[in-house]
Design a protein around this ligand. Sequence first.
Ligand code: PEP
Length: 249
Amino acid sequence: MRNKLIAGNWKMNGSKPEIRSLIGGILARLDPARSAEVMVLPPFPYIPLVQSLIDHTPVLLGAQDLSPHASGAYTGDVSGPMLADWGCGHVLVGHSERRALHAENSEQVAEKFVAAQSAGLQPILCVGETLEERDAGRTTEVVGEQISAVIDAAGINAFARAIVAYEPVWAIGTGQTATPEQAQEIHAEIRAQLTKEDATIGGRVRILYGGSVKPDNAAELFACEDIDGGLIGGASLQAESFMSIYQAA
Ligand code: PEP
């Protein structure tokens, strides 16, 4: 049985007062009787603040990106050991906004995946196709290659300490969600690809869905066999909508 995970990617949003209020709202709505886990992924400068606010609570802390390097002359970058130092246990790698806006390719994403694990962080590997790729019938190929690049660099065993997030690019921030059938189909393909390499790891790895998840579509997505929770962008910025999604898990 894979435990559901609801992770909130705040992207480049928030201020100190907004974050205090958001975390307060999340903590007030946490239900110890539920097995689903909650994670927040703040922008870098707010990680220490969030860490102090969620200390001694079950809320997990992650970051949105990391450098492939552990330290050195990389002005503006933040490394895995720094994130671990501030209490992060997870980090996104390969979010489509990083792939598109920072031209990160799958090999660079794989380097970041390896760097995260070297620092003791669990990477959340984001994969997904653009609308053009879907319309051309290339979804399976594109997602398969994004996963393969990481298997090639890190090895299948690395997926025992990682999470995958399927995020169709056309569904991120657009209000256009994949149907449960569309999402489940790709989740099952990702699991099959990993299972082919190692049945235990493929069966255990959590695969989150991301792309315009909202309180009113979360339950039907999370009911799918291979959907183990959600990576939530816009709806994670309000405690009420984020925690309604958590309640749907
Ligand atoms: C995301 O940023 O990963 C995301 C899924 O965003 P949204 O929920 O806003 O589509």
